[in-house]
Design a protein around this ligand. Sequence first.
Ligand SMILES: C[C@H](O)[C@H](O)[C@@H](O)C(=O)CO
Ligand code: MN
Length: 422
Amino acid sequence: MNQTQIEKAYKLAKERYAAVGVDTEAVLKKLQTIPVSINCWQGDDVGGFEQVGGSELSGGIQTTGNYPGKARTISELRSDIEKALSLIPGQHRLNLHASYLDNGGTFVDRNEIDPGYFQSWIDWAKDRLHGIDFNPTFFSHDKAADGFTLSHPDKSIRDFWIEHAIACRRIASEMGKQLGTPTVTNFWVPDAYKDIPADRVAPRERLADSLDEIFAEEIDPSLNLDAVESKLFGIGGESYTVGSHEFYMGYAISRQKLLCLDAGHYHPTEKISEKISSVMMFCPELLLHVSRPVRWDSDHVVCFDDELQQIAKELIRSDNLDKIHIGLDFFDASINRVAAWVIGTRNLLKALLFALLEPIEQLRRAELNMDYTQRLAYFEELKSMPWNAVWDYYCLKQEIPVGLDWFDEVKQYEKEVMSKRV
Ligand SMILES: C[C@H](O)[C@H](O)[C@@H](O)C(=O)CO
Ligand SMILES: [Mn+2]
């Protein structure tokens, strides 16, 4: 499609939406202000740069596939992220793991890291990104080899991970300070038993104590915000996860921390779209890990599916986006990794646009009047409204490839850059 065709289609779409009371210009202005935190770990299969060649992945998470061209160094990863960003409209954030430190090739252990190891990331982010979010890395390490970290029965192991977490909060604050936007630091620990435990209480008490020790240092919320992420189970930890949903929901509410809802961390029929409104009533803020579970926490690339649309609607309808931090969490090694970022992020943005184009007042009125026929009629008609013409116009205005044009650019980049990484 050429520019004139895109503009013509948009003009018609604008009129169609105006007829149901939706101002597409205002919608596009709003969409531009919503940052998405793009997960760095899609680019190298969660390997990190602690050691040359990345670390062996542990913690009950798994990447599958061996598509050629994954980033092997920090500069390759940055180049891939820059390529992806050039194909995604809007200004976004980077979600970085501590294991992606810039150690100049000399190993430094997790409890010894400081902001200096992330200065090159901060400098790189300054004129490219909306900000950086951060994650202590409690996996892929010999002190996590037996499946426990912050809830480990051995105090010296717990202390090691507490030191790592404290260091991470300080690093995150420095990122927040230099970038002028709070870093959301997300705590996910893999601690779990493969088989039925004899004591479900003690590990949870130890985890709560460790977290309290980590959060004892007050940090200005304009620099850093802490989030905690629960999980149903991981591979090798099928019977009992210390940081379950109930554990972290209670912890986040009682300590007024952010709760992180990961779309893949619940029973297969449980949906995080259903949880957002309740969590927002009791937690100060919310972090999302938008992912796509296929039968388990498989971390497939986010598709434009029903659940993504429902998540986006809940976010937009909440009218509380200042307190909701949207992150992505997927890692697929079976497809081009830059394309994975582009597909997943564009899908999330499309879902947000689709949600913004909803005539919410009319739908709420129908619901209050118990006119569920009108509600369903509207929901269904809205699905075939020309929202895609609004999306194409948004990409055009942001000077981002429209439609599948982005794919040609990824193929070109694969040919010229990624395929040479052997
Ligand atoms: C790599 C991340 O920390 C990880 O995906 C975590 O957020 C998670 O969801 C673990 O299952
Ligand atoms: Mn997650």
